[in-house]
Design a protein around this ligand. Sequence first.
Ligand code: NAD
Ligand code: TYD
Length: 350
Amino acid sequence: MKKILITGGAGFIGSHLVRLFVNKYPDYQIVNLDKLTYAGNLNNLRDVENASNYEFVKGDIVDAKFIYELFDKYQFDGVVHLAAESHVDRSITNPNEFIMTNIVGTANLLNAANRIWADNQDGKRFYHVSTDEVYGSLGETGFFLEDTPYDPKSPYSASKASSDHLVRAYHNTYKLPVIISNCSNNYGSYQFPEKLIPLFIHNIKNNKPLPVYGKGENIRDWLWVEDHARAIDVIFHGGKDGDTYNIGGHNEWTNIDLIKLMCKIVDQKLGRSEGESEKLITYVKDRAGHDMRYAIDSTKLQNELGWTPSLQFAEGLEKTVEWYLENTDWLENVTSGDYQKYYEEQYQKR
Ligand code: NAD
Ligand code: TYD
């Protein structure tokens, strides 16, 4: 039986990956390590929490002693590392948490894996989940490729870039069997409603202003979260040691076009008149250092490992809207407590 550590498994992407691995690999023991920050939520995993091949451990990857002891106890065969501080706006107001979790936390995991695998690296794998934001910002043309030079622009992307460099350095120096993927923006169920898509669905439903940064002309490349989880599965099992794989949807949208589409879908679902919710669109002060455009070229992943996105965006976005409209308990739960304070602080100054 293989023992696989998934870090950050109570978060958005992590919970989809835990679900996929627990259901698809009954002969793996999946250990989900998560600190349960504001973004981590065990309600994301209710359907698998009693599975015999699943275990949850609460803990902080910044705590080196705890991480060493965990690796000693379980002797993991593989690690899929997703735990991170992940929201760009929060990294602008509080960069230190990003530096600690994303850089120091990743270093602690690398050190622990390096120690327990020192004598035998056969069949072992340290998979680091990263973002396309490490490549910086594109102009009107071009795509991010695996060898695009790093040029991170926000504290979030700089902390992820640092962690990517550490992962590669451990491969080069200690021959640690690592693999990295850099993915574009994800959307789907269980995403914390601070990110664009769930936040705006929530606000449209509640007739609250839709705070569009700048002119709404920034472009993101959106991928269905379950397609990201499938890509991680394919790369974890078939990718080459030391390699990097870009994951993306070839699905670029300006924020404003995407926001108008979300208004249209929610209006249809709630029986509102066409265009009604577009009145909520409110242009606010731009994000500091706002990256203009992200777009991923995932040809390598498609050619080498046969992965392609499974879902068209129109279908995926509609499913996503339906999920947030239906799962009101989940939304109420995550938007109680500190969420209101965050929301007021984040948007009152804009
Ligand atoms: P998320 O914020 O929803 O979840 C992060 C999880 O990590 C949470 O469960 C949180 O509790 C946990 N965590 C945070 N700090 C921790 C710590 N110190 N110790 C242990 N656990 C901790 O993030 P997400 O959107 O699911 O992103 C997951 C990973 O994928 C991140 O590494 C992120 O950089 C990367 N990524 C995200 C996207 C995206 O669009 N969301 C795109 C590409 C890559
Ligand atoms: P976000 O979901 O935070 O992802 P990222 O910054 O990692 O790409 O934001 C997606 C885009 O939406 C980005 O260009 C910023 C913009 N945005 C807004 O215009 N208003 C908002 O309230 C938020 C959260 C994001």
